[in-house]
Write a protein that binds this ligand. Structure first.
Ligand SMILES: Nc1ncnc2c1ncn2[C@@H]1O[C@H](COP(=O)(O)OP(=O)(O)OP(=O)(O)O)[C@@H](O)[C@H]1O
Ligand SMILES: [Mg+2]
Length: 243
């Protein structure tokens, strides 16, 4: 199923504080797009808008599935999950006192995913053998890297077409960041996912991104139409490559 997601002129914030200023962004079906931004520039706020956690004050968001255009603004997070858009939230947000398996099962809450729970659980355990080994362990007692695996696997349990991932690299050792990024690519390839990933780790994100955006103070400061366009951008060199 082809799914693309488009945000146009999105403004949003918290109370009187406006964070996003007329942000436009699209992720075409099957693409992996990176949203680059250093701390506090609005990456998570944008992802929260796309997933219904906060509502934009203006602008539009829609999901296009097989040519059908579905408006996402005004919808609840639950409705958006039901439309096949899954979130791996910043900071993982696991249920620490539940086991790995229980966390994953909760990811399969949406009706379309419940039917496929067994298959998807097997798929996740195959993708993350460590989680299979630790399936009865409480999620809160897992290492940071393992918890990130649970968060990604839980999102996959909702059987999504679109996967939004908010800073998967945070708090992980470099080798684990590499593995997580590779795993995201593998899931993307296996399931023909449409992926939007917020990241600050440019060198890792660029390994799998088709293209990307740089967000600065809640505005899209640069749109790179390819990985090379991003690598050669002056702002990227300054902000992310220490030039
Ligand atoms: N719940 C909130 N209430 C008020 N202000 C908030 C809230 N969440 C975020 N902000 C503010 O919105 C701005 C953008 O934050 P956001 O979390 O979107 O940035 P980010 O790019 O995801 O940063 P980071 O890389 O640190 O996660 C910041 O100035 C932040 O203080
Ligand atoms: Mg964030």
């Amino acid at each position: 199923m082809a799914s693309r997601i488009v945000a146009e002129n999105l403004s949003a914030g918290y109370g009187a504080v406006q964070v996003l200023h007329e942000v436009s962004l699209r992720v075409e079906s099957g693409e992996t797009v990176v949203l680059l931004g250093t701390n506090g520039n609005g990456k998570s706020t944008l992802i929260k808008c796309l997933t219904g956690i906060i509502q934009p004050t203006s602008g539009s968001i829609y999901l296009e599935r097989d040519g059908e255009r579905i408006n996402l603004a005004g919808r609840s997070p639950q409705e958006i999950v039901n439309l096949g858009v899954a979130l791996v939230p910043e900071g993982r947000r696991l249920f620490p006192k539940l086991t790995v398996t229980e966390n994953l099962e909760l990811g399969a809450f949406r009706p379309a995913a419940r039917e496929r729970l067994k298959d998807n659980l097997a798929f996740c355990f195959e993708a993350f053998p460590r989680l299979a080994e630790r399936r009865h362990q409480m999620a809160g007692s897992m290492s940071g890297g393992e918890q990130q695996m649970v968060a990604v696997a839980r999102a996959m349990m909702s059987d999504p077409q679109v996967l939004l991932i908010d800073e998967p690299s945070v708090g992980l050792a470099p080798i684990l960041v590499s593995r997580m990024i590779e795993k995201i690519k593998e899931l993307h390839d296996h399931r023909a996912l449409t992926v939007l990933m917020a990241e600050q780790n440019f060198n890792q994100a660029i390994k799998i991104a088709d293209r990307g955006y740089i967000i600065v103070h809640g505005e899209i400061a640069f749109e790179g139409e390819s990985a090379d366009a991003l690598k050669n951008n002056e702002m990227v060199k300054q902000l992310y490559l220490g030039a």
